[in-house]
Design a protein. Structure first.
Length: 160
């Protein structure tokens, strides 16, 4: 299978909080691409059991990813299934030159997600890369590392 080219002008890196807020978040970014750090999938694994809304959101997102990926590997850009949609992939590498784990002095999931955003910035210099999260503190940490960061509300991002 040929490697799919990424589309759109931007790459949105999603935090776990976005998916727990809206399992269909992948489809909220028009023709732009969406990157999911592997840490997000690991965190979702902790939320899939239970009967609360966040448990439902985690399970549904995992099902959507499974359905969309079909026989593809998640490390290649995979087209989303709607008109004028971008692509998505999972970011496996969370070891960036500017290391958020070292900067903030702790190996936390949020810091690995920041590293995934830094990797996407380094690998895609011609595209604007934006971290999208419901977590205010994570947005502030991202901005301290010069990573554009935005909130996600009711299916749309709020940009500056």
């Amino acid at each position: 299978m040929a490697k799919a080219k990424s589309g759109g002008n931007k790459i949105f890196v999603l935090d776990t909080s976005v998916i727990l807020y809206n399992h269909n978040a992948l489809n909220s970014f028009e023709d732009n691409d969406v990157a999911i750090p592997i840490t997000v999938l690991e965190e979702l694994d902790n939320f899939k059991k239970g009967n609360d809304t966040i448990n439902f959101e985690a399970r549904e997102f995992i099902r959507i990813m499974d359905r969309l990926s079909d026989k593809c590997t998640l490390t290649s850009w995979i087209p989303l299934n709607h008109p004028k949609a971008g692509k998505f992939k999972v970011v496996m590498n969370e070891q960036s030159e500017l290391d958020a784990v070292k900067v903030f002095g702790e190996n936390k999931p949020d810091h690995r997600i920041l590293n995934a955003a830094l990797i996407m910035i380094a690998e895609n210099p011609s595209k604007r890369v934006v971290l999208v999260t419901k977590d205010i503190n994570l947005r502030l940490k991202a901005k301290s590392l010069n990573i554009p960061a935005e909130d996600f509300e009711t299916g749309k991002i709020k940009g500056c």
